[in-house]
Design a protein around this ligand. Structure first.
Ligand SMILES: NC(=O)c1ccc[n+]([C@@H]2O[C@H](COP(=O)([O-])OP(=O)(O)OC[C@H]3O[C@@H](n4cnc5c(N)ncnc54)[C@H](OP(=O)(O)O)[C@@H]3O)[C@@H](O)[C@H]2O)c1
Length: 258
């Protein structure tokens, strides 16, 4: 299916920017959001150079009025047939070993989980009425294999995965599609703040291609790279001590960029 009107949140960097560049072509209108207007503008310029029409909006996802306002305006002008709720943050254990506090946990869950849920609901009624549309939620392999160094991040991604898969079945009769993306390590600004090993890390461009392929096939779960995806799926079957030993080498801390 060739999508014409595509919204990508968190398009100013990393996976979102790579997705914007992937989908940019003549006949396509992109709605790109993020916080950093300059980086968002640079991605928009690349997309326009590839022939796409582009609208951008720089706002914090926690400003739900701004989110709903942008999506309603874009939808009126360009009925959305694909929206990728990709914006997200990582936080967790700091260099001195301090584990996350309640305030950090709430911020991560607000942006990653509730931000994704609100993005979905901003477009779901109109897609259900139209009986078409594809909503993609970018979760993480941490949804299946929770990270001791990022509990709220893991919870937010598990919540998003569960919400998306449950909602996929709920709205299938209306011909609205929902897919959940579970990436492993991908080169981006986020992984620069993740101080530790990044096994089987892939580029944001490769991640965008894998995500787009999964979307085109209407897969419920788009997980990669395959070895880590399989390990994440079967992890709950192993005794806790085996998981602790096996994951010792991927413990990390977070050094937020701002
Ligand atoms: N990289 C990985 O290894 C990896 C693995 C699994 C899942 N993921 C998920 O993939 C998604 C994209 O991450 P990435 O790796 O591409 O990271 P990234 O390069 O840091 O990009 C994150 C994007 O989200 C936006 N964003 C963050 N907080 C926001 C907020 N409060 N309001 C509005 N926009 C906000 C950022 O906007 P600004 O930069 O303009 O602030 C940026 O465009 C995230 O949901 C992440 O959890 C990444």
């Amino acid at each position: 299916m060739a999508f014409q009107n595509i919204v990508i949140t968190g398009a100013s960097s990393g996976i979102g920017a790579a997705l914007a560049r992937y989908y940019a072509k003549p006949g396509v209108t992109l709605g790109l959001t993020g916080r950093d207007a300059a980086r968002l503008g640079a991605v928009a310029a690349d997309a326009r150079a590839a022939g796409a029409a582009v609208e951008t909006a720089a706002f914090d996802l926690r400003d739900r009025t701004a989110l709903n306002g942008f999506l309603a305006g874009f939808e009126t002008a360009h009925p959305i047939d694909l929206i990728i709720a990709n914006a997200g943050i990582l936080d967790g254990t700091r260099a001195d070993g301090t584990i996350e506090d309640a305030q950090t946990a709430r911020r991560v869950i607000d942006i990653n989980l509730l931000g994704g849920v609100d993005t979905l609901h901003a477009v779901l009624p109109v897609m259900r009425a139209r009986k078409s549309g594809h909503i993609v939620l970018v979760s993480s392999l941490a949804a299946m294999s929770p990270l001791p160094d990022a509990p709220a991040y893991s919870a937010s991604k598990a919540g998003l995965m569960s919400y998306g898969l449950a909602m996929r079945a709920a709205v299938a009769p209306d011909n609205v599609r929902i897919s959940v993306v579970c990436p492993g390590y991908v080169t981006s600004a986020m992984t620069e703040t993740h101080i530790g090993e990044h096994p089987l890390k892939i580029s944001a461009e490769k991640a965008a291609r894998l995500i787009a392929r999964g979307i085109a096939r209407n897969k419920p779960l788009i997980g990669f790279p395959l070895p880590l995806y399989i390990l994440s799926l079967i992890e709950p079957l192993f005794p806790e001590f085996v998981v602790r030993i096996a994951t010792k080498g991927i413990r990390f801390h977070v050094e937020p960029s701002s």
